[in-house]
Design a protein around this ligand. Structure first.
Ligand code: GLN
Length: 447
């Protein structure tokens, strides 16, 4: 704990943490140490963890990177967080993120942008940018983030760490501040596949507080990380040929595929005719869900209340206008629009149908392949400010990550070298829903 606290201090310029629990973490380290001596310590004894600022932790502030939740303290602890605490993990602080987890660069945070530790003029990715930069700069062993459309995997790729998005319903969402409830997943950001597997096996499993969580048995993921049989791997031809993907990323992805071929695995190009619908489907459905989820922030029940208002209607309007930043307001407006009476069928209903088609197409792919491999992102970490004026450009960068969320499949980002400038590159492996055991074993084999 002392080691990480001093590193956090020396890396303040990264802006990775919103709050650091120095005294509390020190005290807890002593308790855990005593349990270690007694032989009663849990499986994560000594693991120093950071929490993305969307995870509730009793008695601690949590505000989703937003002015809207100023001074809000959670009265309860998220199930996933409770489970790692029960195994003696030590929480060292809460980490900066895009406001309400909406973004790909960590520039929409009320607390200001996070910087990439490989090049501080560049973004760490988002929305779990603080968590990824903290693991990258070795400010904690591991972090818990959330992934609705790539927010664990994309910053992991930009920062050269491992980022795992589990299957939808593998880990309870109770205590995760909601963005889009039918997409949201809590996932670990770590330095190794093994750590991700260990954290997943501890966080996963049924929870009476979340009716969408699966009751399927949770395998001991971390104990079975060996992959020995030949794998059937599919890859998207566009992803390794398209000019829209940076050459270094194409080359590194091809290198992985070629290596697998040489090792005797089956590697085949696949067609995804629905690819061009992934992003519209994702952005229609998530903004719709967000507009509904964020209606609870009304200036009355939580956090920020505008001091200006003179009547109730005005209180709602002013609190929401002043409390939310531009990107969150944009998405609430988009979501409200697609759910409005005149457009509901044209956008929302249609997007739900397309989501089903994408699910079917993906199931079909997994009938013939164990894994789909792709880049995580079309580019390496971009410069701060570069995409801020062009939200559409920012959204387009999510092309490879959103499929897993649309279909509820598990996907992982693992480090895959760097470009000439030394910027990290990630490769994504996706598997069929609830095939985490295979996904983790195969990813471990790849690293
Ligand atoms: N970048 C995506 C978005 O802006 C993903 C966000 C997320 O996964 N929370 O919606």
């Amino acid at each position: 704990v002392g080691y990480y606290l001093s590193r956090i201090d020396a890396h303040r310029h990264l802006n990775a943490f919103v709050e650091v629990y120095a005294e509390e973490a020190r005290a807890r380290a002593l308790e855990v140490d005593a349990r270690l001596r007694e032989g009663t310590a849990g499986k994560l004894a000594g693991l120093v963890v950071g929490l993305k600022d969307v995870l509730c932790h009793a008695g601690h502030g949590v505000q989703a990177g937003s002015h809207m939740l100023d001074n809000y303290r959670s009265p309860f602890t998220a199930t996933a967080v409770q489970r790692i605490l029960d195994e003696d993990a030590i929480v060292i602080g809460r980490q900066n993120c895009d406001e309400f987890a909406m973004g790909s660069s960590n520039e929409s945070s009320y607390f200001g942008p996070v910087r990439n530790a490989a090049d501080s003029t560049r973004v760490p990715g988002g929305s779990s940018g603080g968590s990824a930069a903290a693991v990258q700069a070795n400010l904690c062993h591991a972090a818990l983030g959330s992934d609705t459309g790539g927010s664990v995997r994309q910053p992991a790729a930009f920062c050269g760490t491992v980022g795992l998005k589990p299957s939808y319903g593998r880990v309870s969402r109770w205590g995760l501040i909601a963005y889009a409830s039918s997409f949201d997943c809590i996932g670990p950001i770590t330095r190794s596949v093994e750590d991700a597997a260990l954290l997943l096996e501890i966080m996963a499993g049924p929870d009476e507080h979340d009716s969408t969580v699966s009751t399927r048995e949770v395998p001991a993921y971390s104990r079975e990380l060996h992959w020995e049989q030949p794998a059937r791997v599919g890859y998207l031809r566009e992803a390794v040929e398209s000019e829209a993907v940076e050459p270094a990323i194409r080359e590194r992805t091809l290198a992985v595929l070629n290596q697998l071929r040489e090792q005797g695995h089956t590697v085949e190009p696949i067609e995804m005719p629905l690819l061009r619908y992934f992003l519209p489907t994702y952005y229609i459905l998530t903004t719709a869900e967000a507009s509904s989820n964020l209606s609870r922030f009304d200036g009355v029940r939580y956090g920020y209340r505008s001091p200006e208002a003179s009547n109730l209607e005005g209180l709602y309007k002013k609190s929401r206008t002043e409390g939310f930043g531009d990107e969150v307001r944009r998405r609430i407006l988009l979501g409200t629009f697609v759910l409005s009476a005149n457009y509901y069928d044209a956008y929302y209903t249609k997007a739900q149908r397309v989501r089903n088609l994408v699910r079917k197409e993906s199931e079909g792919l997994f009938d013939h392949h164990d894994f789909l491999i792709s880049p995580v992102t079309p580019t390496t970490a971009f410069r701060l400010g570069e995409k801020m004026d062009d939200p559409l450009q920012m959204y387009l960068a999510d092309i490879f990550t959103v499929q897993a969320n649309v279909v509820g499949a598990p996907a992982i980002s693992i480090p895959n070298g760097t470009d000439e400038a030394g910027l990290p590159i990630g490769v994504q492996v996706m598997a069929r829903p609830f095939a985490e055991q295979d996904l983790l074993a195969f990813s471990n084999y790849l690293t």
